[in-house]
Design a protein around this ligand. Structure first.
Ligand code: FA5
Length: 335
């Protein structure tokens, strides 16, 4: 009887085709009311002296079935894993994920290019805070509290004395104080802010590059030479510049500088890109330089303006709207 049961159970295990079927076999033979338990229940009907032997045989049967179930279960699980893996085969011919690679913003490309040029000419790159004190932004630049020229650069104020800087010129004052009367040559690129209405050539936030040179024998010719070098580097050797008299409280004399370009009809046109001049004696004095001994020149160029001119961009707002169709055109376009 035991042998028959063993044969049946092992055959059922062998024939099970899935884990579900195998579990059904387990329940049929090994559960509380299964065949093996029923067999054990027959112990009572057996003569006393044969009981231990019968019990041992039933236990051995149980172990044999358990082992066979375990081995079959392993086999079925391996098989299921194999089926799943073969379904998940990798198709190496499918296109991969596209990694999007960013590029340097056109304004930063122009700034980096300008830094390369001026560092090559012996300038240092200086920086200053965008949230600036009225003292540095205006007063140290020779614009007293009630100076009418303050109206030319209205700003965003945090409180009476703290504002978003309206130009990079306060870095002139900061650097002069830092250099403590020693000759200096710096450029300072950075963001500036004004309460200007946005239009194709004006933005309320834009970039400038400030330049400042102070030494004992600086003349206006040095200024003109530096600006011409910059313009030819940026736009090509055929370009020339035009200096128009202008007014800034921090330079005397002051100029506005235009760059030549060829108009559509072939004639010569001019576009303003920067303000410049010889450093005002008051500015030198406040910065700790003796105006009788030292002279200086300074300029402040609009980065958007030169970038627009260089790449023929028709609207300043393109720089700040993050349209990838615009930005992608400048990937690796420097120089
Ligand atoms: C100044 O900001 C002076 N600090 C420049 C300077 C420095 C003069 C040192 C003398 C010595 P101005 O306001 O003109 O000047 O601005 C300089 C340049 O910034 C302009 O020529 C123009 O290229 C750019 N710019 C001015 N306002 C805007 C604006 N709203 N949007 C974009 N670019 C502007």
């Amino acid at each position: 009887m035991i042998d028959t049961l063993k044969k049946q159970a092992l055959e059922a295990i062998l024939n099970a085709e899935s884990l579900e079927q195998l579990d059904e076999v387990r329940v049929r033979y090994l559960s509380k009311k299964g065949e093996v338990s029923l067999l054990m229940g027959k112990l009572r009907d057996i003569p006393q002296e044969e009981r231990p032997q019968f019990g041992a045989l039933v236990n051995s049967l149980k172990e044999t079935i358990e082992l066979a179930l375990y081995q079959k279960k392993q086999g079925l699980e391996d098989q299921a894993l194999w089926v799943a893996l073969s379904k998940e085969k990798i198709d190496v011919t499918l296109p991969g994920y596209q990694l999007y690679q960013g590029g340097v913003h056109p304004l930063n490309q122009v700034i980096e290019d300008m830094e390369d040029l001026f560092v090559g000419l012996g300038f240092e790159v200086a920086t200053g805070p965008e949230l600036e004190n009225d003292h540095y932004n205006f007063e140290m630049m020779n614009l007293d509290k009630d100076h009418p020229a303050r109206a030319m650069q209205d700003s965003f104020y945090v409180d009476e004395n703290l504002l978003l800087r309206t130009h990079t010129s306060p870095v002139q004052a900061r650097t002069m104080l830092e250099k403590q009367g020693k000759p200096l040559r710096i450029i300072c690129p950075g963001k500036v802010y004004r309460r200007d209405d946005d239009d194709p050539t004006h933005s309320h936030q834009f970039m400038q590059i400030e330049g400042l040179v102070i030494d004992e024998s600086i003349t206006f010719a040095n200024l003109k030479d530096s600006l011409l070098t910059m313009v030819k580097h940026l736009f090509g050797p055929e370009r020339i510049i035009r200096l128009r008299p202008s007014y800034f409280p921090f330079t005397e004399p002051s100029v506005e500088v235009d760059v030549s370009y060829q108009k559509k009809d072939g004639t010569l046109g001019w576009i303003e890109i920067l303000g410049a001049g010889q450093v005002h004696p008051n500015v030198l004095k406040m910065g700790g330089y003796d105006p009788k001994k030292f002279r200086g020149f300074a300029f402040g160029v609009g980065v958007e303006r030169i970038t627009m001119l260089k790449y023929k961009i028709d609207d300043i707002r393109h720089f700040y709207t993050n349209d990838l169709r615009f930005l992608n055109q400048f990937k690796g376009a420097s120089k």
